[in-house]
Design a protein around this ligand. Structure first.
Ligand SMILES: Cc1cc2nc3c(=O)[nH]c(=O)nc-3n(C[C@H](O)[C@H](O)[C@H](O)COP(=O)(O)OP(=O)(O)OC[C@H]3O[C@@H](n4cnc5c(N)ncnc54)[C@H](O)[C@@H]3O)c2cc1C
Length: 371
């Protein structure tokens, strides 16, 4: 049985593990974190990505976990309400649509469940070196020695280590979109009931969103600010919290209380809004899937759907191509390129807000799972 090593146990990596196993491969997933990662806001599953979760048998669980918002308010930097809506929310669009918004951590946990007993999951380890040999890729792991696999797939997110090792440094492929986001949980001290509150401070350019999850017991907070690329340590959470606090200092409404809550937050996610563009997503026996290959940024709202669909298509092509992995990687590119381009374009279509509904509709359906 051909064996595949997937770096990254997020959405793309775990979904790919499921489909590769289903298509007859032996699969190992190596995840740097000590367990499936928690944290983050809600993410969206739309269009053809919903067909992927339906085909995995996860459709009912995914739909049952939707966030079920009733609407949203938009405030200015002093807390004055500018508008409210009970028809759409900025995080996911129309409330009466088919699309599903759910917490990223719930989706990753479900994907983990369906792969747990059929895939080797290694936590707390990562690839430090890759060397392609005649019939496989020899991989060095930080803690697990070395092993050889038929293929190695980078599903390790926007700052992918596999991409750095096999394709080159991140600077060559990343495009900064001018914003940073910090996301963390806290108690629902605002008493919100299935209601999102967004705020935008015109003076500083800072803004964010707060909404309740887990039956209104918890808040997920997103704080954002505009900035040119900042140099910071991706693994230094305290430094990232300091940067966020400095950038939002002076903003009114409940922001001082949210910054105080951030200091003690158990989970914290911080990243720039950036896209990844590569001319090719494979090099020999190594390939990329999800954010590692074509991050569209949270501004697109389509990162999770791209990861789910990319995983399906890559596994489909590898399963179909027999020994000819080069043909599989070519077909993966051919099928995914137009879909990725349309979805990445959503992030920059409207610099002042979300993309047009028609653009999202076109992009989310722009691929057929049955090639
Ligand atoms: C903790 C977290 C919170 C997020 N929150 C949001 C959010 O609120 N809103 C939003 O739009 N997007 C969020 N994202 C990004 C979103 O999940 C992705 O855009 C999308 O789901 C595509 O998934 P992915 O699997 O390609 O990448 P990711 O979801 O980033 O998953 C990559 C996985 O690889 C692991 N990893 C990283 N480096 C290595 C390494 N060297 N070796 C092994 N494993 C590694 C990571 O721990 C992670 O589990 C978040 C990502 C993470 C990791």
């Amino acid at each position: 049985m051909r064996n595949v090593l997937i770096s990254g146990g997020g959405v793309a990596g775990t979904a790919l593990a499921h489909w590769l196993r289903r298509n007859g491969f032996s699969v190992t997933v190596v995840e740097r974190a000590p367990g499936p990662r928690k944290g983050g806001q809600a993410v969206d599953i739309r269009g053809v990505a919903l067909d992927v979760v339906d085909r995995m048998g996860l459709g009912d669980r995914v739909r049952a976990a939707r966030t079920r918002m009733r609407g949203m308010s938009m405030l200015d930097g002093a807390g004055t309400e500018l508008f409210r809506s009970e028809e759409h929310v900025l995080s996911s669009g129309r409330l009466d649509g088919e699309d599903v918004e759910l917490l990223r951590e719930d989706l990753v946990a479900m994907l983990h469940d369906v792969t747990a007993d059929r895939v080797e999951h290694v936590h707390g380890d990562w690839i430090t070196a890759l060397r392609e040999e005649e019939h496989g890729v020899r991989v060095e792991l930080a803690h697990g020695g070395h092993r050889t696999f038929d293929f190695v797939i980078g599903a390790d997110g926007a700052h992918s280590a596999v991409r750095r090792l096999a394709f080159g440094p991140e600077e060559r492929f990343g495009t900064h979109l001018g914003q940073y986001l910090a996301i963390f949980p806290t108690a629902n001290f605002l008493g919100l009931d299935h209601w999102q509150v967004w705020f935008q401070d015109a003076a500083s350019g800072a803004g964010g969103a707060v909404y309740p999850v887990r039956d209104n017991t918890e808040l997920r907070v997103t704080l954002g600010f505009t900035a040119e690329p900042i140099s910071y340590d991706h693994r230094d959470v305290e430094q990232q919290k300091r940067i966020t606090a400095e950038r939002l200092a002076g903003v009114g409404w409940e922001v001082p209380a949210l910054l105080a809550a951030m200091a003690d937050a158990p989970d914290f996610y911080f990243d720039s809004m950036a896209q990844i563009h590569l001319d090719r997503w494979s090099a020999g026996r190594v390939a990329l899937v999800g954010d590692a290959g074509y991050c569209a940024s949270p501004l697109s709202g389509q990162g999770t759907s791209l990861a789910l669909v990319g995983a399906y298509v890559l596994a489909d092509e590898l399963g179909r191509a027999g020994e000819d992995h080069a043909a599989a990687f070519d077909a993966y590119e051919r099928r995914m390129r137009p879909f990725v381009a349309l979805n990445q374009a959503l992030a920059t279509e409207n610099p002042a807000g979300p993309p047009a509904e028609e653009s999202v509709d076109r992009a989310k359906h722009a691929l057929s799972l049955d090639a």
